[in-house]
Ligand binder design. Structure first.
Ligand SMILES: Nc1ncnc2c1ncn2[C@@H]1O[C@H](COP(=O)(O)OP(=O)(O)O)[C@@H](O)[C@H]1O
Ligand SMILES: [Mg+2]
Length: 194
């Protein structure tokens, strides 16, 4: 049982793509305040343009960030994934966001990473301000895009053939690390916060 929120103060960083795959792989509801293609691809997807209800086992995708409506859900979330890309503005905005929610369990999700060194640099920048904050990254990959397009989750797409297992090997291992956090043996179900 968990409420997972994915947020960012910047669009186009991969929130919707990740939220859909995580929701489907966990068997969770996907809920958003932003119109997205997920609504046509996933039967357990809900769109709430105004007030968003709190519901267990849900991945909230806060696109079209409306702080007023999102804030209540964010405060009630078991974990907030703060999505960023390798861009100074995106990182800075993430730091400001984290500051506002620093009493929450936060996982920084650096997306579209071209080089592991870039991920290390982002992690360091975050840790300068918030030491020990949980951090994970996903390389630049078509895994999430192709998954969403076909209506399959990242795991379903990866597992669909030998070919996809080959093509998405590295990206899937990074995605799986994130997914694992929320499955029964994951750290977020053992009450650990970092
Ligand atoms: N790891 C990634 N590598 C490359 N492209 C990505 C990655 N994650 C997401 N994308 C692509 O980036 C674009 C924006 O993603 P989206 O999930 O809509 O972002 P957001 O919801 O934050 O606006 C989409 O075209 C998506 O397929
Ligand atoms: Mg979106």
């Amino acid at each position: 049982m968990a409420i997972i929120s994915i947020a960012s103060t910047k669009g186009g960083v991969g929130k919707t793509s990740l939220a859909f795959s995580l929701a489907k792989d966990l068997g969770y509801r996907y809920a958003t305040n932003d119109m997205s293609v997920v609504l046509n691809k996933y039967k357990n997807a809900r769109y709430y343009p105004n007030k968003i209800p709190l519901h267990p086992d849900t991945v909230y995708d806060f696109g079209g960030f409306d702080a007023q409506h999102a804030d209540e859900i964010l405060r009630a979330s078991d974990i907030i994934l703060v999505a960023t890309i390798n861009d100074l503005n995106s990182i800075m905005k993430s730091l400001i966001f984290i500051k506002n929610y620093k009493e929450k369990t936060i996982l920084v999700f650096a997306n579209m990473i071209d080089n592991p060194n870039d991920a290390a640099m982002i992690r360091q920048k975050i840790h300068e301000h918030f030491p020990n904050l949980a951090f994970t990254y996903l390389r630049r990959t078509k895994l999430l895009k192709n998954a969403l397009e076909t209506g399959m989750s990242a795991r379903e797409l990866y597992e669909s053939s030998k070919h996809t297992q080959h093509v998405y090997k590295q990206a899937y291992s990074e995605y799986h690390k994130i997914l694992k956090l929320f499955t029964t043996d994951g750290q977020y179900f053992k009450g650990q916060t970092q």
